[in-house]
Unconditional design. Structure first.
Length: 289
């Protein structure tokens, strides 16, 4: 129901040449077409960082929010507009740093969102400091202690699965067919869906390159991984050897957050009429008491 010509964004793309975000943007456009939903029913909510610029480069309803805050904003969008498909566009610095608390609780609540983490292992917009996803020992261009990053990285998929996410996958911006398939599945899934997307930062991260990901990733689906096995999914999410798994790690069905809230059955809380005088009386009573 969406044509490719409808998706051309209003602004010039300012990402560096060779940035992995281009692959994610291309996959997102293909996803929007394949979903076959009305143009107005797709919503993007982004945070701060190079990934946060994406809504400016595609013609979809969008909200560019504050650092680390796209998930709570997206939760509000979904809770009041249950008929919309809400997608969070966030980076490893945005989501796994300041936004980590929101991420974990959204997974626990099983909020009906699709969260796409642009994971380049570095804070690119602020010139290359190591991020919460940088591997131990990573030495950045602008903040290089002698031994590199002195701690282990956050593991977004293992954390999400352990805390209640009902769909968890990992993609690579250099493998568009797989990434598009995962994106479509995540948006169609009823519940908290996350895709950790490997993407090279060609300017600041000289370790996690296109060559590295092409040589060091393998598809889980090629080895008959059981996506219903929670413990196996967590184990695979923590796997960090010569080869790193990508694909679908975990999928299950569980009631998502808004199904248990006292909102209109059609999900359109936005259409509910409120009486401002009654609301003010309630506020006054609460303040006085």
């Amino acid at each position: 129901m969406i044509e490719k010509s409808q998706l051309e964004g209003p602004q010039k793309v300012t990402w560096c040449k060779g940035c992995g975000n281009f692959g994610i943007l291309a996959a997102l456009k293909k996803m929007a077409i394949q979903l076959e939903v009305p143009h107005e029913e797709l919503v993007l909510v982004s945070g701060i960082g190079c990934s946060g610029k994406l809504p400016h480069y595609i013609n979809l309803n969008s909200f560019h929010t504050l650092h680390g805050r796209p998930i709570p904003i997206a939760t509000g969008v979904h809770a009041t507009n249950g008929d919309l498909k809400v997608i969070v566009i966030t980076g490893d610095g945005d989501c796994l740093g300041e936004g980590l608390g929101h991420y974990l609780h959204a997974a626990r609540r099983n909020v009906n969102l699709a969260v796409f983490i642009h994971n380049n292992g570095v804070n690119g917009l602020t010139k290359g400091q190591f991020s919460p996803a940088s591997p131990r020992g990573y030495v950045s261009k602008t903040s290089p202690p002698p031994t590199g990053a002195p701690m282990d990285p956050v593991e977004p998929l293992a954390l999400a699965i352990a805390n209640g996410a009902t769909y968890a996958a990992r993609g690579f911006s250099g493998d568009l067919p797989m990434l598009v398939e995962l994106m479509v599945q995540a948006v169609q899934h009823e519940g908290f869906a996350v895709i950790d997307i490997f993407q090279p930062c060609v300017t600041w991260n000289r370790q996690l390159t296109w060559k590295y990901y092409n040589e060091h990733t393998y598809s889980l689906q090629q080895e008959e991984h059981d996506v219903t096995d929670k413990m196996a999914a967590i184990s695979k999410a923590l796997e960090d050897g010569e080869k790193i798994p990508i694909g679908l790690f975990y999928k299950t069905e569980k009631q998502h957050l808004t199904k248990g809230l006292a909102i209109p059955t059609d999900g359109k809380l936005r259409d509910k009429k409120n009486d401002p005088e009654k609301v003010q009386k309630l506020i006054d009573r609460l303040v006085l008491e």
